[in-house]
Ligand binder design. Structure first.
Ligand code: ISE
Length: 345
C-alpha cells in the first residue's frame, strides 16, 4: 500500500520534503501541501504533481483534516506553530513526522507528550535527522561495542555559513544547539542533567546573536560534552564530532567529501548547508518513517525526545543569562515511552 502524505509548511524544509517524498521515497506520495500562503503551497505542490488532482492545496490543518486528504503528515512549519497542529493531528489519529523543535518550550512540549500518552499510541516522530547520518551511526556503534573502552567526553563543532539577521541568543540554542542536545542523548542513552554557556570574543559579522558560544552539558552518569556553536562562520556548513574514549578517539563529519588537488592546493569541499550535508540522513529518515507508519509504528526520536531537548533548551537560555550551571528540569518519563526505542534501529 502507499502512504498519502501531506506536507504542512512549504518553506525550505517543507519544499525539500515534498521533493523527497514525491521523487526519492518508496511507498509514499504527496497527497497535499498546506501553507497559510496558498500560492506558496500551490507552487511547491506543482513540483510534485503527477497523479490526477494531487497534491491538493490547503491553507490550514483544519481544511486538510476536513478533506480527509492524508494518512500522515510531515510538519515543517516554524516551531511555534507545532503545538496546535500536533494536538489536532493526535486528536484525529494522524501520524506526524515533526521537524525540530517539537515545540519551543518545555511546557508546550509536555502538553504534546501528555496528549500522545492519552491517545494511547506513538504517533509523533521528531525530525532529529542526525540520528540517521552514517557517521552518527558509526560512532553510536563504536560506543555500544566498547571496542575503544568507555566513552569519556564528546566535543561538537556546529558551524553555519551565516545566520539570518533576526537570529538571537535564544534561537542559537533552540534552533541550532538543540541538535547537539539530542546528539548527546542519542550517543549516551542518558538524559542531560545540566547546561552551561560561556560567551567570549564575538565575530563582527553578526546582528543580534552573540556568536560563537561554548555550551557544556553533563549527563546522568557524569559524561561531559562541549559544543562550539558558530552560526556566522562564513566557511560553509560543518557539523563535526570528536569522541574521546579510554583507549582512543573517533572523529565523524570531517572529510566526508571528495578531495580535489589542483593548482598547487589540495582540499575537500565544505557543504553549503544542512539540506546537502544531511541529504542522505533526511532520505533515510523519511523512508524509514514512511515504512514504520505503514506498520503503525514510528522509526526514530519520539515526542519524549522532543520534550527532553526542549527542557535542555530552557536550561541553555537560562544559562546564557545567569552565567552559571543550570539544572535541566524534567518531568517523570511516562512508562509509555520507556518501552519504546526512541532511536532508529
Ligand atoms: C537550522 O534550523 C537547523 O536545523 C540546522 O540543522 C542548524 O545547523 C541551524 O543552525 C539551524 O538554524
Amino acid at each position: 500500500s502507499e502512504l498519502r502524505v501531506a506536507v504542512v509548511g512549504a518553506g525550505r524544509m517543507g519544499s525539500d520534503h515534498v521533493d523527497r517524498l514525491a521523487h526519492h521515497t518508496l511507498r509514499s506520495r504527496v497527497s497535499a501541501v498546506v501553507d497559510v500562503d496558498r500560492e506558496r503551497a500551490a507552487a511547491v505542490a506543482a513540483t510534485a504533481g503527477d497523479a490526477a488532482g494531487e497534491p491538493q492545496v490547503f491553507s490550514s490543518v483544519d481544511e486538510l483534516l476536513t478533506a480527509e486528504a492524508a494518512d500522515a503528515v510531515v510538519l515543517a512549519t516554524p516551531g511555534f506553530l507545532h503545538e496546535e497542529a500536533l494536538l489536532k493531528l493526535l486528536d484525529a489519529g494522524i501520524p506526524a513526522l515533526c521537524e525540530k523543535p517539537l515545540t519551543p518550550d518545555p511546557d508546550s512540549a509536555l502538553r504534546v507528550v501528555e496528549a500522545e500518552v492519552a491517545a494511547g499510541r506513538q504517533l509523533i516522530q521528531v525530525g532529529f535527522m542526525r540520528r540517521f547520518d552514517a557517521g552518527y551511526r558509526r560512532l553510536k556503534d563504536a560506543i555500544a561495542s566498547g571496542e575503544l573502552g568507555e566513552l569519556l567526553m564528546l566535543h561538537h563543532q556546529h558551524r553555519n555559513p551565516e545566520a539570518p539577521a533576526e537570529f538571537t541568543d535564544e534561537m542559537i540554542i533552540h534552533d541550532s544547539v538543540v541538535h547537539e542536545f539530542d546528539a548527546v542523548r542519542y550517543f549516551t542513552g542518558e538524559e542531560i542533567t545540566d547546561v552551561s554557556v560561556r560567551i567570549g570574543r564575538t565575530t563582527s559579522r553578526t546582528g543580534n546573536v552573540r556568536d560563537p558560544q561554548l555550551v557544556t552539558v553533563q549527563t546522568e552518569s557524569g559524561l561531559l560534552a562541549t559544543v562550539e556553536i558558530f552560526v556566522n562562520a562564513q566557511i560553509g556548513y560543518q557539523v563535526h564530532t570528536q569522541a574521546t574514549f579510554e583507549n582512543g578517539l573517533v572523529k565523524i563529519g570531517e572529510g566526508s567529501e571528495v578531495e580535489v588537488t589542483t593548482a598547487g592546493r589540495t582540499g575537500v569541499t565544505v557543504d553549503a548547508g544542512f539540506v546537502t550535508r544531511f541529504r542522505d540522513a533526511y532520505d533515510l529518515e523519511v523512508q524509514q518513517w514512511v515504512d514504520a507508519t505503514l506498520r503503525g509504528e514510528i522509526a526514530g526520536p519520539s515526542a519524549w525526545d522532543g520534550y527532553a531537548t526542549a527542557a535542555c533548551c530552557a536550561a541553555g537560555v537560562a544559562a546564557q543569562q545567569s552565567r552559571t550551571v543550570e539544572r535541566v528540569a524534567l518531568a517523570p518519563k511516562p512508562s509509555f515511552y520507556a518501552a519504546a526505542t526512541g532511536s532508529p534501529a
